[in-house]
Design a protein around this ligand. Sequence first.
Ligand code: SF4
Ligand code: SF4
Length: 235
Amino acid sequence: MNLDSHLHESAMALGADYFGIADLTPAHDAIHEQGGTPISVYPRSISIGISLLHPIVDQLSRTVTRPAAVSYLSHCYDIINSRLDQIVSRLAGIVQRSGCRAFPVAASKRVDDQRLCAVFPHKLSAHLSGLGWIGKNCLLITPDMGPRVRWATLLTDAPLVPTGQAMAERCGDCRECVAICPVRAFTGRSFRAQDPRSVRFDAGRCDRYFNMMRAKDPDTAVCGLCLRICPFGRG
Ligand code: SF4
Ligand code: SF4
């Protein structure tokens, strides 16, 4: 079995719902801008996705109850992120044993509080591997589950074959995520690789909203309306 198939089969056996391999070279400059040389040195990436549970996502609302918030934070965030990190760690070991370099990017960890971003955008890898498009809510939208998927990434120099190409946007005239955001964080502009995120999304508005909710009650500090409302993946 070649390395690509070994990694794919291992990921699915470990509980992944999505697996993709991306060629990162078209996005090198943007990756370098966000993560610097230690991150942009890798020419390929493996995306791992795990689907969220519909009954939990469907409970999200402007007035989310404490049980609904606890369910979401546990089963759609902490546990899924831990499962993703476990899978990516195991795949990193496989890649390293094959003689190549592997750098796991944690499932959901902000490293820059000024720019409000992680060291690498998981959605970029998933997008370039053909698993979905970047929607007006700045999330990766899969054709079947919409944005109801969490992601982690393994960066590597292994000579893997990309599983696809960047998927064209299918949002069309829809603006549901733009309209529902309580702090009007989205501009409604479609994703273009050459634009900075700020053209589409004011991350500071979302962050301040979360901080305000946490100050009121950390146990119910959940929003996710831009995820719940998307017609892709909505039941
Ligand atoms: S999580 Fe809520 S506040 Fe943040 S962008 Fe989405 S809808 Fe807006
Ligand atoms: S809610 Fe509509 S505009 Fe927003 S990401 Fe989903 S399809 Fe695109």
